[in-house]
Design a protein. Structure first.
Length: 71
């Protein structure tokens, strides 16, 4: 998985959906700082959070993980 693209996908999906980091963090039950660390690549996103993000943005896990360009 390309780390840079993966992080761009997570950030772009959030921004395209007009969510703030605080809003997504609340949905994932983490602090805003933790979510910020996810987007910057300082902390790995747990699998359950990745699944929640895919469901929130209605995209496949393959898209989030940069295995496909098809959402």
């Amino acid at each position: 998985m390309n780390k840079i693209l993966y992080l761009e996908h997570i950030r772009n999906l959030r921004e395209d959906s007009d969510y703030s980091q605080a809003e997504v963090a609340k949905l994932l039950h983490v602090a805003q700082r933790t979510y910020s660390d996810y987007e910057r690549g300082n902390v790995r996103i747990p699998l359950d959070a990745m699944i929640q993000l895919a469901q929130l943005y209605k995209v496949s896990m393959d898209y989030i993980c940069c295995l496909t360009d098809k959402k």
